[in-house]
Design a protein around this ligand. Structure first.
Ligand code: MN
Length: 205
């Protein structure tokens, strides 16, 4: 059974999650201007998940300081969505970032299966239960199933990153991946300013 700590409103100021932290978010939906950020999950990679249930005021100085701390690497799977949401609702620029989905796309060119469930199955050997993905994350009291699901999304990201770093190095794409991670804040800003559906690098519209 996973060890889960639920924090209401903010992380405790005494908590030190170390230099590399897995992060995920749960929201009311997929539209950043419409759908509120509800939950931020974090793990130091030690099998323990810290789940912050945000209040609608988004007064969470400890969490915001950690997300913006230049000395703490934040690992996400599909960071683009999470940093758009955190930018929009927490007014925080999250950095530095490692995105396991980008790393997977650059390293695992033998497949088009880059969802967290598929990547976790192949690189960690664990099957994830995604049943609670679409549930009411704005509820006052999250269910045990929701907490377990939210936790599971951050528990394997350190191992996944380790495996993908080996593959990126082997394929000589470590620097390319880093350049993509460094571009993520710009990608998020494009999403927020209305270019979310278009690729400004493409020849077409
Ligand atoms: Mn999630």
């Amino acid at each position: 059974m996973t060890k889960i700590h639920l924090h209401r409103g903010d992380l405790p100021s005494s908590l030190d999650l170390g230099p590399v932290i897995a992060v995920d978010t749960e929201t009311m939906g997929l539209h950043p201007m419409r759908d509120k950020l509800c939950v931020v999950q974090l793990s130091a990679g030690d099998g323990v998940a810290h789940i912050v249930q945000l209040e609608r005021t988004y007064h969470c100085p400890n969490l915001k300081a950690l997300l913006a701390d230049p000395d703490r690497l934040k690992i996400f799977h599909f960071a683009r969505f999470d940093i758009v949401m955190m930018n929009r609702w927490l007014i925080v620029d999250c950095a530095p970032i490692f995105c396991t989905k980008i790393a997977s796309k650059l390293a695992r060119t033998y497949t088009d299966r880059h969802g967290l469930k598929d990547v976790t199955r192949e690189l960690v050997g664990t099957d994830m239960n995604k049943a609670q993905q679409s549930s009411d994350w704005g509820a006052e009291d999250l269910t045990p199933a929701q907490l377990q699901y939210a936790a599971s999304d951050v528990l394997h990201l350190h191992k996944i990153r380790d495996a993908l770093m080996v593959m990126l190095d082997r394929e000589k794409r470590t620097e390319l991946a880093q350049a993509c991670f460094d571009f993520l804040p710009v990608r998020a800003e494009l999403d927020l300013q209305g270019w979310d559906q278009s690729d400004i690098f493409s020849h077409g519209a």
